[in-house]
Structures are given as C-alpha cells and as structure tokens.
Design a protein around this ligand. Sequence first.
Ligand code: CO8
Length: 257
Amino acid sequence: MTESLLIIEKTEQVGKIQLNRPQVLNALNTALVRELADVMEQMDQDDDIRCILLTGNDKAFAAGADIGEMAEATSVDFIVKPFFADWDRIRKISKPIIAAVDGFALGGGCELAMCCDIIVASETARFGQPEINLGVIPGAGGTQRLTRAVGKVRAMEMILTGKPIPAQVALELGLINRVVPSESLEEEAFQLAKEIAGKPPLAVRLAKQAVLKAMDLPLEHGLHFEQHSFYLLFSSDDQREGMRAFQEKRKPDFKGK
Ligand code: CO8
C-alpha cells in the first residue's frame, strides 16, 4: 500500500496538514503539491476550519522540489504540464496558513513556507534557496518573496550562494515570526493557529487579503482596498457582535457571518 503524501487532522477549528515523504526529506513532487492544493482548498471551504497549520517532520519541512522528478524535464514539459498551477492555487487560499518549520526548508520548501502567512520555526530549522547549485534559480516565488521579506542584498546573497541560514538569522532578517525549541514547535504553532481561529473569520480573511495587497499594490490602491474591506465588514454580524461584546464587557462569539 502506498503511504499518504499528507497526514490530515482537524482539531479545534485548526486544519493541520503534515507533509509526509520522510524518505526524501519531504521533497515536493507534483502529486504532493497537487494533493496539498486540493486539501487546502477543501479546508478553505470548510466552515469548521478557521486556520490552517502546515508542518513537516523534525528533519525537514521540505528540502525542495523533487530533483528526481525534475532532472530530465525539458522547458517544453514545464509549458505543457502546468507545474506551477497548484502553487497558484495555494497562493489563493483565503484562510490564514501557519507554517511550522523544523529542519530543512530549502528551495521549493522555503518557497512553500513563504506562501504561508506566518512562519514559526524550531531552533534547528534552516532556510535557503540552493537552486543555483543545481544550475537553475528559484521557480515558485523565491526571488520575489524572499526579496520582499528580507530585502535585496540579503536575498541576493542567499540566492547567489545557495547557502542556507539558521532560524535565528531568518528571525533577525524578518523572514520568520518566531523561533522556539524543537520540542515545543508543534504546540506553539498550534496555539497560535488556535488564537487566530478564535478571531472573526470574515475580518481575518479580509485582513489577510489586505496585507497581501500591500506586497504588490502601490500605496494608493492598497489603501483603497483596505478602506473598502473595512466598510464591507460593517455589514457582518461579527462586527456588531465584536463591538457590542466590548461595550457589554463580555467575550465575543464570532460566527463568521
Ligand atoms: N529532491 C529529491 N530527493 C531529495 C531532495 C530533493 N529536493 N532532497 C533530499 N532528497 C533525498 C536524497 O536524495 C536522499 O535520498 P536517498 O536516501 O534515496 O539517497 C534523502 O532525501 C535524504 O537526503 P540526504 O541523504 O541528502 O540527507 P542529508 O542530511 O545528507 O542532506 C540536504 C540533506 C542538505 C537537504 C540534501 O538532501 C540536499 O541538498 N537536498 C537538496 C536540496 C535542494 O537542492 N533543494 C532545491 C531543489 S530545486 C527546487 O526546489 C526548485 C523549486 C522550483 C519550484 C517547483 C516547481 C515544480
């Protein structure tokens, strides 16, 4: 029997997805990325899930795209088979995604972590874009997202040398949110996911979209998007509930409506 590429669990409104190709350090082959996009889209539609948590194992979050699968590919293969279509599906998930990274997050693994909205890493996690050593460059957003996250000169060094950086440096550069001991990674990331899952879902969704807009829109357009999203939330029940609960000094009960 073939083992599942993903291990899926749903707990307290958090949808947990664990990459599961440990024998190849969770190398991201086409089948795995396809399944990941499928599961994330299902979770995006599932009202019982309000935050997604993506993890690997203690050796690797993911050590990149599957080199075995790519080694003999031609440019035409990349045009004909939509290799990046599933990455685009992941990019469009509207619920927040937290990456819990232990071990290697290299190449496509680092790019996958950067597709997530928040990155919690263990002390032993390592982030890098080593594609240069294989005669290629990052292809799933690495040159763009890494540069936006850490700035031109740092991204340039990482991408041109291919050398990974330890979690603590990634934290100092603003690539990740926090570094925790390996043994508490899962719990810390889950608690953060649970905290976000407790927030009003519509506001969470629009906040995620608005922050992502800041990455690629000029300020004027980004502000416009933010203001319209702000107005829109005043037609939600959760806005009434949130503000009334504040006035009545009680805990709000958000329904996502
Ligand atoms: N692809 C396929 N197999 C891999 C990969 C990978 N990316 N990484 C590790 N493996 C396999 C190894 O071949 C090995 O298999 P086997 O036991 O059968 O020989 C097993 O995983 C364990 O790996 P190692 O023995 O090498 O473990 P080490 O602890 O000695 O080294 C490293 C760990 C440093 C992470 C090392 O495995 C390594 O350098 N891996 C490759 C990292 C890399 O270059 N990643 C970038 C890949 S290219 C990419 O990601 C482009 C993304 C573009 C977007 C994708 C669109 C499709």
